[in-house]
Write a protein that binds this ligand. Structure first.
Ligand code: GLC
Length: 539
């Protein structure tokens, strides 16, 4: 079945983490006017949609993924008027804007939760998930993302509330129709403002298994998504949301879904079912961030998804985001082959089927940041786990080494604009440390060098846009040596061949066709350099 054309399949999305993007007022935190000031360069890059991670009112325990007012802008980012200006300025340049919708949970400072926790008997009690303890312990053994237990005891009413994430992020009770109606109203409010869609945070966690059964496994707290992920009613709720809020708007909707399999992605994106446009594919990033580089595994995962989805469903594809280390550091080689591996991943991202999502900084080859002391870290997961384990008697140095290796702050350091103080991100003191490599790696240097990562991304984006086969074409993996990933994209008699060397070895491979773009000046058509990437047109 040929793919149905849609603007959101043809779009390239750019994720902005506003706190770390550009600070216009010197308070050390990026803001909305700071984004407006940089729209022209994003336009030049060729991206079509900007996704802003949360900018709503929030105590910022989890950098805005803890919302206390869904209809207000956090003052650190500016005002609603600043937001409207950003929207207008983006629209006038032909770029769309999507927001983050965080409705698996709210902040504990949201008025609903403040009311909810006051008594066992009030209209907001049932907005959240409250349970009695069992034998003096939590209601079940669920472990949390950012804490050992997913439950916290609230002495005022003598019950526990559920929080899959931090205790300051209580989970909403989606079984309550009043909660679902609130979410519909929030979406309608933002769409009326003129935004172009949503990225739905942690969206397949909204439905919990009836009776909240224990997770299987030994130990007091078991972290497993077994009973709160992909519960069947999640599809029912999404369909309801679609009918109530999205069906009559031509918007982009993308779900962040844990443990997503090909069949789930097909169900979520099936237009006939009416849920979302797409969900993010995570299987590839999850494996290499956890188990390290393995070219065979990467190829197997991507090929399975590409062939499984073609003609049946649609996905969002990313190699970087605000929760992941940067791929150039984790899978690439940010010391010896930084520029080459950054360009290799640009080639891969922009030649796969699925809407590509870039994360700020990847287009200039930014690398992971690391910090010397726990005080310099901000990620709630990093800091909570460190505190819990040190309080339980573990060696602080050992714990620090472990949390540092997994911290989400690796990809959250400020955008590197130029070689001036603080990378030109702020004239004040940045909220999180700037990567010291900014003197070498920054946008200004990229713009000045025609062979830079930025210009390569710009050319790759332009190539994708003028080449329907790279967007809609069938994906056909080719037999190739283990280190190479070779595939074709085929559409209406046009055929493109992508040849990627995922290793640091030189590898022989007979290449054919017209070379359209590559990350090396090719001297030997039949031998690939370390991490070389080439795109050929065959017919
Ligand atoms: C998502 C966000 C992450 C956040 C979590 C809780 O995974 O991407 O940053 O911490 O949801 O909202």
């Amino acid at each position: 079945m040929p793919e149905q054309r849609q603007w959101w399949k043809e779009a390239v999305v750019y994720q902005i983490y506003p706190k770390s993007f550009n600070d216009s007022n010197g308070d050390g935190v990026g803001d909305l006017p700071g984004i407006v000031a940089r729209l022209d360069v994003l336009k030049m890059l060729g991206v079509d949609v900007l996704w802003l991670t949360p900018i709503y009112a929030s105590p910022e325990v989890d950098n805005g993924y803890d919302i206390s007012d869904y209809r207000a802008i956090h003052p650190q980012f500016g005002t609603m008027a600043d937001f409207e200006q950003l929207l207008n300025e983006a629209h006038s340049r032909g770029m769309r804007v999507i927001m983050d919708l965080v409705v698996n949970h709210t902040s504990d400072q949201h008025p609903w939760f403040i009311e909810s926790r006051k008594s066992r008997d009030n209209p907001y009690r049932d907005y959240y998930i409250w349970r009695d303890g069992k034998n003096g312990r939590e209601p079940n053994n669920w472990g949390g993302h950012f804490t050992q237990s997913a439950w916290s005891f609230d002495a005022a009413t003598g019950q526990y509330y559920l929080h899959i994430f931090s205790p300051q992020q209580p989970d909403l009770n989606w079984e309550n129709p009043a909660v679902r109606a609130e979410v519909d109203a929030i979406i309608a409010w933002w769409l009326a403002k003129g935004i172009d869609g949503f990225r739905l945070d942690a969206i397949n966690l909204i439905s919990k298994a009836p009776g909240l059964p224990d997770n299987a496994g030994a130990g007091r707290y078991v972290f497993a998504i077994e009973h709160f992920c992909k519960e069947p009613r999640f599809h029912t709720y999404l369909h309801e949301l679609h009918q109530a809020a999205f069906a009559h708007h031509d918007v982009l909707t993308v779900g962040e879904c844990a443990d997503l399999q090909v069949a789930d992605a097909i169900a979520i994106s099936d237009p006939a079912r009416g849920e979302l446009n797409m969900a993010f594919l995570f299987e590839h990033t999850n494996y290499y961030h956890k188990v390290g580089k393995d070219a065979q595994r990467l190829k197997e995962i991507l090929t399975r998804w590409q062939t499984g989805l073609h003609g049946r469903g649609w996905a969002g594809i990313a190699f970087n985001n605000h929760d992941q280390p940067r791929v150039v550091s984790s899978f690439g080689d940010d010391i010896r082959f930084r520029v080459e591996t950054a360009k290799l991943f640009a080639t891969l991202l922009l030649t796969l089927e699925g809407t590509p999502f870039l994360y700020q900084g990847e287009e200039i080859g930014m690398t992971d940041a690391t910090y010397a002391t726990i005080e310099e870290y901000n990620d709630v997961g990093t800091v909570n786990v460190y505190r819990e384990q040190v309080a339980a008697g573990a060696d602080p140095q050992v714990v620090f080494a472990a949390v540092r290796a997994t911290s989400r702050d690796r990809g959250r350091s400020p955008y590197q604009w130029d070689a001036t103080a603080n990378a030109g991100f702020t004239t004040g003191s940045p909220w999180i440390g700037v990567n010291p490599n900014y003197r070498e790696i920054n946008l200004a240097a990229n713009l000045a060098d025609p062979a830079s990562v930025f210009h390569y991304y710009r050319q790759m984006i332009a190539l994708r846009k003028r080449t329907p086969a790279l967007i809609y074409g069938e994906f056909i993996a080719q037999a190739a040596p283990a280190a190479l990933y070779v595939y074709q994209r085929l559409d209406q008699g046009q055929c493109y061949q992508i040849v990627l060397n995922l290793s640091e070895q030189r590898v022989a491979y007979p290449c054919m066709g017209d070379l359209l773009i590559g990350n090396y000046a090719v001297t030997d058509q039949n031998r690939l350099q370390p991490y070389e990437a080439r795109v050929y047109r065959l017919v």
